[in-house]
Design a protein around this ligand. Structure first.
Ligand code: PEP
Ligand code: MG
Length: 330
């Protein structure tokens, strides 16, 4: 079906009943950006900035970061690029940077350790340099930036304040910065879902990182093959959790999307659309298959059956969702 998927490149991600889904792609390196053209994605919904740090022999200086961000935005043209600030530490350790193993005798659970925003807020020289690079790279355009592994609203506030301070620093010196900045948080730590009433009023968008979120919800290491069938993305617990987050965001008028691998599987993506989530950022290879699914789907009809399915919460929920898809020509 590859030819069929390729032919969809210039077709919109429009459902049968006329819902326009925002179908974006994930990227991390300069070369990934070419896939915008080959897939026809609506933009980059997750640009993993730590990749540049991970492939470098030394800490990338601000100018190098800035050049990368500008190249990516130039290549994307009018399509938005959402930059995620560095998610390093934990299992993505940098050989040239002192980590917790040097300071605290190592970490037993790096995924739950001193990583991402936790590290960036403490090592704030790193975060400031990245903020400056992002702001200067987006001179005259809109900058979309989001923060990884936010556990509590104050962490988001602190990160946003730090970027705003850099923005002011540039403005005070007469340097051109972005015309506007759109701020987002990633929802990857379950605790944050309990604090959305406080977080959402300060946000421009929320992006759910289902890779980390589900490993924390089920206390099952995402990288351990022995645990791969400990949970199913179509299990009632995950879908109920996401349904609640989606409803809360809708009521608050804050756009919500998913940028984890879950959204790159057509059946899982279909379930997400059924929960009211209509922004997905997925691996480029999945754009064609997911777009084909969207174009054959009546989202309204699916949204009518999802609440009953989640109330019943049958153990064979995956099979029930699959049966609905087959029965409805998806
Ligand atoms: C996630 O956790 O779902 C996510 C998108 O971030 P990463 O896979 O980079 O941890
Ligand atoms: Mg993550």
């Amino acid at each position: 079906r590859r030819a069929e998927f390729a032919a969809l490149r210039d077709q919109p991600a429009l459902s049968k009943d006329g819902v326009r889904v925002q179908l974006m792609m994930n990227a991390g390196l300069r070369d990934d950006v070419a896939a915008l053209e080959t897939t026809g994605a609506d933009g980059i919904g997750l640009f993993r900035t730590e990749f540049q740090f991970l492939v470098s022999a030394t800490l990338p200086q601000r100018e190098r970061q800035q050049r990368l961000y500008k190249d990516v935005m130039d290549a994307a043209g009018d399509r938005p690029v959402i930059f995620r600030t560095v998610d390093i530490g934990g299992d993505k350790a940098l050989p040239y940077m002192k980590g917790p193993e040097d300071e605290a005798g190592g970490e037993e659970n790096p995924a739950m350790g001193w990583r991402a925003l936790r590290l960036a807020l403490e090592r704030d020289a790193l975060m400031k340099a990245q903020a400056r690079a992002l702001l200067e790279a987006s001179a005259g355009r809109t900058l979309h930036v989001m923060f990884p592994m936010v556990s509590e609203p104050w962490e988001y506030e602190a990160a946003r304040d730090l970027v705003e301070q850099q923005r002011k620093w540039l403005a005070d010196r007469g340097k051109l910065g972005p015309g506007a900045v759109r701020y987002g948080a990633m929802l990857e730590v379950p605790a944050l879902a309990e604090m959305l009433d406080q977080l959402l009023p300060r946000l421009d968008f929320l992006s759910i990182g289902t890779n980390d979120l589900t490993q924390f919800l089920f206390a099952a290491d995402r990288g351990n093959p022995k645990l791969a069938d400990r949970y199913d993305w179509l299990s009632p617990a995950i879908l109920r959790f996401l349904a609640r987050v989606s409803r809360t965001c809708r009521e608050a008028g804050v756009p919500v999307g998913v940028c984890g691998e879950m959204g790159g599987r057509p059946l899982e993506a279909m379930a997400l659309l059924g929960l009211g989530i209509d922004r997905l950022s997925i691996t480029p290879a999945a754009i064609g298959p997911v777009k084909a699914m969207i174009r054959s789907l009546d989202i309204g009809a699916l949204r009518d059956v999802i609440p009953t399915l989640l109330d019943e919460a049958p153990r064979d929920l995956r099979q029930r969702i699959e049966a609905w898809a087959i029965g409805n020509g998806v």
